[in-house]
Design a protein around this ligand. Structure first.
Ligand SMILES: CC(=O)N[C@H]1[C@@H](OP(=O)(O)OP(=O)(O)OC[C@H]2O[C@@H](n3ccc(=O)[nH]c3=O)[C@H](O)[C@@H]2O)O[C@H](CO)[C@@H](O)[C@@H]1O
Ligand SMILES: C=C(OP(=O)(O)O)C(=O)O
Length: 449
């Protein structure tokens, strides 16, 4: 069903909001479940996201048993019927490519559709393939598929990544768990989701050391088994709520947010004059003075996350002064700029940097989410715009945010979701007039139960 978010600006957010499990943890963790030859895996705090459905469909198509209920996913991968991942699902979501490492390790061969490029950049997979080759796999490409074969078990090796790629680190780490001997990944990505995956693999019987540092050492084991695991909270969803609190001059407790995972986001917000009070269960964000502009440069973890760049830009639009936002991770991640401009923002893009003139008087407009985080950022801008903002492209937002409209309206925002089928302007304005009624009617339902 086609739908869009409607946001009416002007409400200060207060109260408490709970963060869901991390999308970028649960996806590799579900893929890693393919390594469990004995028993079932139980993945707790699995967010009901469209991306989670997609990767579950991939596992299902491989013959694994997979069920989802109440944010718990059960995977039984004792019997896999095929080691080929079909175009149908891999094309839908890039992270489906994460099944390649586990399948290669488990089956000794795999064939998988090439993941598409996407809006934020070309996103090559050369580093994944370089790693598989180092472990002894023979790679061939043809007809939109990649085939990898190993002669018997993969063999442990040293792999130096040219870029600290999150996906390549995960894929190679998973492939290496069942290899013969020791694999060392150098210039590995250090994201908290890599550590979560390593913890999961180790509980399954793998021997992974050093996750969270630039050098990861994996000693291959013969067999792995299913386990129970709790997914870490989503640091990007948490950061998005922190930004929502800050942009509205609010006072919000983000329950489940882990300050250690949000170092650069917290530092930048503090520089902007926002009060951040972390405790052991979450982070309180208080914005009681005008925001100051800051410069931001995205970098691999522990640098400022690219997945928070557009939300940060929304904050900078309404801060005092001029800011420079530099995107170094993806080459095409400024598409929200054009949409912000429709809302009366003043931004100039020069190469990899966007120069943001603060103090904008944002005005509601019809805008489109060009990717997941761009969508979140447009909603943030809508929260402080004059009038009503309609955000289309909701399918991107559904990839990564659970019940976003409900969570924000729980903090006092005027936001709801409408179906755009047979929708006329008249119907939209009626909904604007009676948002409380409609918020109930159009509460976001998990699409997968
Ligand atoms: C599901 C998931 O976890 N997604 C996250 C993951 O994506 P993903 O794992 O795809 O991102 P990578 O870390 O791999 O990409 C980082 C950079 O490395 C480049 N690259 C990557 C692989 C490769 O083989 N060759 C290569 O050149 C990419 O084009 C990009 O410029 O990390 C990104 C960077 O933090 C986040 O924005 C995504 O939300
Ligand atoms: C870019 C993102 O995700 P993905 O790698 O799944 O596209 C994101 O979460 O912002």
């Amino acid at each position: 069903m086609m739908s869009k978010f409607i946001v009416r600006g002007g409400k200060r957010l207060t109260g408490s909001v709970k963060v869901s499990g991390a999308k970028n943890s649960v996806l590799p963790i579900i893929a890693a479940s393919l390594l469990g030859e004995v028993g079932e895996s139980v993945i707790i705090d699995a967010p009901p996201l469209d991306d989670v459905i997609t990767i579950s469909k991939v596992l299902e198509s491989l013959g694994a048993g997979i069920t989802y209920q109440d944010e718990v996913i059960r995977v039984n991968a004792e019997h896999i019927t095929t080691c080929e991942a079909p175009y149908e699902w891999v094309r839908k979501m890039r992270a489906s490519f994460l099944v390649m490492g586990p399948l290669l390790a488990r089956c000794g061969r795999t064939r998988i559709s090439l993941p598409g490029g996407c809006a934020i950049g070309t996103r090559p997979i050369d580093q994944h393939l370089k790693g598989f080759e180092a472990l002894g796999a023979e790679i061939s490409l043809g007809q939109g598929y990649i085939e990898a074969k190993s002669n018997g078990r993969l063999r442990g090796a040293k792999v130096y990544l040219d870029v600290a790629s999150v996906g390549a680190t995960e894929n190679i780490m998973m492939a290496a768990t069942l290899a013969e001997g020791v694999t060392v990944i150098e210039n590995a990505a250090k994201e908290p989701e890599i550590v979560d995956l390593a913890n999961y693999l180790n509980a399954m019987g793998a021997k992974v050391r050093g996750a969270g540092t630039g050098v990861i050492r994996i000693e291959g084991v013969e067999k792995m088994h299913g386990v129970e695991h709790n997914v870490i909270p989503d640091r990007i969803e948490a950061g998005t709520f922190m930004a929502a609190a800050a942009i509205t001059g609010g006072d919000v407790y983000v329950e489940g947010a882990i300050a250690d995972h949000l170092g650069p986001v917290i530092s930048k917000m503090e520089e902007m004059g926002i009060t951040i009070e972390p405790d052991e269960n979450g982070i309180r964000v208080i914005a009681d003075k005008p925001l100051k502009s800051v410069d931001v440069k995205t970098l691999p973890y522990p640098g400022f996350p690219t997945d928070m760049q557009s939300q940060m830009m929304a904050l900078l639009l309404v801060s005092e002064g001029t800011s420079v936002v530099t995107e170094t991770v993806f080459e095409n991640r400024f598409m929200h700029v054009d949409e912000f401009q429709l809302m009366n923002a003043e931004i100039k893009v020069e190469g990899r940097s966007a120069i943001v003139t603060g103090g904008a008087e944002l005005k509601g407009a019809k805008v489109t989410a060009t990717d997941l985080r761009a969508g979140a950022a447009l909603i943030l801008a809508g929260l402080v715009s004059e009038g009503t903002t309609e955000v289309g492209g909701v399918q991107h937002i559904d990839r990564g945010y659970v019940h976003l409209a409900e969570k924000l309206s729980g903090l006092g925002a005027d936001i709801w979701r409408i179906s755009t089928e047979d929708q006329s302007t008249e119907k939209v304005s009626k909904k604007v007039a009676s948002e409380t009624e409609d918020a109930k009617l159009f509460k976001v339902q998990p699409t997968w139960v």
